[in-house]
Design a protein around this ligand. Structure first.
Ligand code: ZN
Length: 301
């Protein structure tokens, strides 16, 4: 099934629900970055969460950045997700592999680290981004994001995220976010109900593997609560906006001395995009043009 996102409401608008399937885009991230199993699970969960967090934002150019800075061996886990359904991301140490945890699952908590911080930056698309930081709860990603949503955004939330790998392939990935909206946010019973229902799911990926659609899963969870599933399905995909012009812009910021030394030592420059692992090769003549531009700016400035 194509990667996609489905939105719904329930309980007379008191509950917002979003589900996302990210199997293909997580597989693409794994291939691009050469991610280990546990790195695939960590980044895949975080990318799914990014798309879920971005989905209710109004402006189509709105974006959410999620950065895990834990004390685990993966180092930084960074995701940039958009309301437009695009997402990209990376981990500092993509090759780190760990033995399974006590439950026999990929040990994302240990790989990310249970100590450290989760940074979330929301850019609503109007030019006033706001940043927020919480301490990590477990490094398992879903716990940490839930804690962030509940404390920092004051939106009681229940979140399930999953990435299932088998035989070196990503077989299923995605997530589900249920939120109690402000009009119902004091309804403790409703909040408890959602948390209980999400934790009653035997994981999210087993449902996908069993052939369930997002609509089926939402129906199971909220069917008795006046569920309305929005008819339009949004396609989601891995996408990075990097290009050669931006690479040249970044190189230019290094300044004349650094550019000259690159020309002298390497006859050019090779730049790898963190977010998508695309490699750009700037030739000597590109760098010489940047030097000339900088010198021109100095003379005319
Ligand atoms: Zn890129």
């Amino acid at each position: 099934m194509a990667d996609q996102l489905v939105r719904a409401t329930a309980a007379a608008g008191g509950i917002r629900a979003v589900g996302v399937i990210t199997t293909q885009l997580v597989a693409e991230a794994r291939r691009r970055h050469g991610l280990s199993y546990v790195a695939t699970a960590a980044l895949g969960r975080a990318m799914s969460a990014g798309l879920l967090l971005a989905s209710p934002m109004k402006h189509l150019s709105a974006r959410v950045n999620i950065r895990f800075q834990g004390n685990g061996p993966l180092g930084t886990v960074l995701v940039d997700a958009g309301r437009d359904g695009t997402v990209r991301g990376y981990v500092d140490q993509p090759g780190v592999e760990l033995p399974p945890n006590a439950q026999g699952k990929l040990d994302v908590g240990r790989a990310v680290g249970a100590q450290g911080y989760l940074y979330v930056l929301r850019d609503n698309g109007y030019g006033y981004p706001y940043a927020s930081t919480v301490e990590l709860v477990s490094g398992e990603v879903a716990d940490d994001i839930t804690y962030y949503l509940t404390t920092s955004e004051q939106t009681p939330s229940a979140l399930a995220l999953g990435v299932y790998l088998e035989g070196g392939q990503v077989r299923a990935a995605g997530g589900l976010l249920l939120q109690v909206l402000p009009k119902a946010a004091t309804d403790e019973a409703l909040i408890d109900l959602l948390a209980a229902r999400v934790s009653s799911l035997a994981g999210f990926t087993p449902l996908l593997l069993a052939g369930q659609q997002l609509g089926d899963i939402l129906e199971t969870l909220l069917g008795d609560l006046d569920l309305t599933i929005f008819p339009e399905t949004q396609l989601v995909r891995f996408h990075c906006g990097c290009n050669f012009d931006r690479v040249l812009g970044a190189l230019k910021m290094l300044g004349v001395d650094e550019l000259r030394s690159m020309i002298r030592q390497d006859d050019g420059a090779e730049v790898t995009c963190h977010f998508c692992s695309s490699v750009f090769r700037a030739q000597r003549h590109h760098l010489e043009a940047l030097v000339a531009e900088l010198e021109q700016e100095v003379t005319s400035g």
